[in-house]
Design a binder for this molecule. Structure first.
Ligand SMILES: CC(C)(COP(=O)(O)OP(=O)(O)OC[C@H]1O[C@@H](n2cnc3c(N)ncnc32)[C@H](O)[C@@H]1OP(=O)(O)O)[C@@H](O)C(=O)NCCC(=O)NCCS
Length: 168
């Protein structure tokens, strides 16, 4: 299985956009499969944002995860975020979810970010097994989510060029 940046494999984007729309987007106003496809076609900027990695096996998408600048409305002060972690139901429990997460962690580490964040309504244990720790709870779209962080043990400052405005 390979982890491949989504913008380099446009032929796989419609399927993956469908997963993300069905899992999260259809509950949100203004979202469509097309907005999900647009997000997956984006090339990372100089800060690596956004990065979307698709796990691919035999030319078939097996899972996805993203590195994004903002994810949780109530915490615009934190970032970047591991987001959109998804593996289709029939492909789960084979390590793919862990693999796509570790791919994004590696991208964030290489970019020099000191800390990566995520939130999850119900999969905190899945992330704890990968070294993440809880920072407490937040409200999100009327429900409670666990806010989590992973210290990347990096150089302390991101490779972000100052003229890009730095991290949020
Ligand atoms: C969460 C999610 C991404 C996990 O994907 P996955 O491919 O099943 O992840 P992994 O296989 O790496 O690990 C999942 C489980 O398989 C087990 N596992 C890991 N590697 C394994 C392997 N090689 N063989 C068998 N089982 C394995 C893990 O112990 C884990 O156990 P759990 O079900 O108790 O958590 C997937 O369930 C999903 O897409 N869920 C819906 C969306 C979602 O909740 N995303 C997270 C939002 S915060």
């Amino acid at each position: 299985m390979q982890l491949i940046p989504s913008y380099t494999i446009p032929e796989l984007i419609p399927a993956v956009a469908g997963w993300l729309y069905n899992e999260w987007g259809r509950h949100l106003p203004g979202r469509s499969v097309e907005t999900a496809e647009h997000a997956l076609r984006q090339e990372p900027d100089a800060r690596g944002l956004p990065t979307t990695l698709i796990a691919v096996e035999d030319d078939e998408p097996m899972g996805v995860a993203r590195l994004v600048e903002f994810d949780l409305d109530s915490r615009p002060d934190l970032g970047p975020w591991l987001a959109s972690v998804f593996v289709p139901g029939d492909k789960r429990s084979r390590g793919t979810g862990t693999l796509v997460c570790s791919g994004i962690v590696e991208v964030a580490r290489q970019r020099g970010y000191p800390t990566l964040y995520l939130f999850t309504p119900d999969r905190a244990t899945f992330y704890e097994r990968q070294g993440w720790s809880s920072m407490g709870h937040e409200q999100h779209h009327g429900g409670q989510v666990t806010l989590m962080k992973l210290e990347l043990g990096g150089q302390g400052s991101p490779t972000t060029p100052a003229e890009d405005g730095g991290l949020p």
